[in-house]
Design a protein around this ligand. Structure first.
Ligand code: CO
Length: 441
């Protein structure tokens, strides 16, 4: 009995976030939207994650305008975005009023599916965004962040998926941002989720370690509903497995996808020409990630931060410090913002030569409970070293409303309701962007 696997194409979001530091311009995206729109994808991931920050900060593009343009040019596609739970597309927690408004405007501007995750897998950080997505008429995809540690297991992932289902999630995504999932683990996890959760299951793996295509094939045999791939010009390396290869591999099987390979080939040809103007890195297989668990993006960030400080020779030491810091912090999955917190602290520990002699503000906040519940207890020495109050309840419950205050602050430059949200997320960058926008017109 045929049961086609759905495919989410990530080229317009995760693929260029992973390989091009999120720098793909909207104008270049529009060169292939015609093909992507009729290729037969389950959905297209086009927004959220780092794209909001990067388009505003580096490309002088209004992210909301990008979304509206893509919506117009992709009339037949389901558009998907990535949302960091209570952190939205930023790096700190926002009060519920801001989460509700951001989700509402995202859907109003064209998003169909919101993939919601929390770096700590703390369901209290997903609850508000799931509720807001449902209220705005969107599809809420609850996410289980996958990692490997002494405190993470299949039972825990299945329990979390059930919790997200009970919160109202329409589907579940397993997010393997570092490419750590081996095929047999995928079979076990997908089989259990399909049997026990009763929702569509989507798998998101990065190619980093070279395993993702094998893992996808195994997951598809085990009944996964949808997988995420990237068109070949921006596939592999720290991005997703190539779309075309997976589509071809499933031909004439009962899981054959609905995606049209000849349309993909045209899109890939156009994209290859466009990418001649970008610096696409060589896409290699990194087996170090199987030990360090450092995901796509984080390694290159660490390397460039060290090189900027002329400390490139410390790279290996920092890579080795990462798992130690992670253990001290109770094994948080290395995904935004935890990847940054662990990365920066590892860097500080190596550069200062004395572990935790300098602590980032974010690390102190994490230890104090402001990011949510750590997967395992935090090292006692670290708790003692961080003064001040520790909280154990939902962090966002402590936050003051922000919308009205922000609106008053930038009243004079608002041109659309969304500007207030842009300003709340990235105040300084937004001010600069608004000033440039005003000067242009
Ligand atoms: Co990803």
């Amino acid at each position: 009995m045929a049961r086609p696997v759905g495919i989410t194409e990530t080229l317009l979001r995760d693929a260029h976030q992973s390989l091009l530091a999120t720098r793909l311009k909207t104008a270049d995206m529009l060169e292939i939207t015609e093909y992507l729109d009729r290729a037969g994808f389950h959905s297209l991931e086009v927004w959220g994650g780092a794209t909001f920050d990067a388009s505003l900060r580096f490309l002088d593009e209004d992210p909301w305008e990008r979304l509206r343009t893509l919506r117009k040019m992709l009339p037949n596609s389901k558009l998907q975005m990535l949302l960091r739970g209570q952190n939205l597309v930023g790096y700190r927690q926002y009060p519920d009023g801001v989460v509700e408004a951001f989700v509402q405007r995202s859907i109003a501007n064209g998003i169909d599916i919101i993939r919601i995750f929390d770096a700590l897998n703390d369901p209290r950080n997903l609850e508000c965004a799931i509720r807001a997505t449902k209220k705005a008429g969107g599809h809420a995809q609850g996410t289980v962040v996958y990692t490997v540690s002494p405190v993470h297991d299949v039972d825990g992932y299945v329990e979390l998926a059930k919790t997200l289902r009970d919160m109202g999630a329409d589907s579940i995504c397993i997010k393997d941002m570092a490419g750590l999932m081996i095929p047999s683990a995928a079979v076990e996890l997908i089989t259990r989720l399909k049997a026990e959760v009763g929702l569509p299951i989507q798998l998101h793996c990065h190619y980093t370690s070279g395993m993702a295509s094998m893992t996808y094939y195994a997951a598809i045999q085990a009944g996964v509903d949808v997988v995420d791939t990237a068109l070949s010009p921006l596939a592999m390396g720290t991005s997703q497995p190539p779309t075309e290869s997976l589509v071809a591999a499933l031909r004439s099987t009962e899981r054959e996808s609905a995606v049209d390979l000849s349309v993909l080939n045209k899109a890939a040809e156009v994209m290859r020409r466009i990418l001649a103007d970008y610096k696409v890195p060589a896409r290699t297989v990194d087996t170090q990630v199987l030990v360090s668990q450092i995901p796509g993006g984080m390694l290159s960030n660490l390397r460039s931060q060290l090189e900027q400080q002329k400390l490139g020779h410390k790279y290996q030491e920092v890579v080795e410090e990462v798992p130690r810091v992670r253990q001290d912090l109770g094994y948080p999955p290395l995904v935004t913002p935890m990847s940054q917190i662990v990365g920066v602290q590892s860097l500080l520990n190596v550069v200062t030569g004395k572990r935790y002699s300098v602590k980032s503000k974010e690390l102190k906040d994490y230890v104090a409970g402001w990011y949510g519940r750590s997967p395992a207890p935090i090292a006692q020495e670290l708790i003692e070293a961080v003064e001040g109050v520790r909280i154990t309840d939902r962090p966002a419950d402590h936050l003051e409303p922000m919308l009205e205050k922000a609106r008053r602050e930038i009243d004079h430059c608002i041109r659309q309701e969304e500007d207030v949200l842009t300003y709340i997320l990235y105040p300084e960058v937004a001010r600069g962007f608004f000033a440039k926008r005003a000067a242009r017109s």
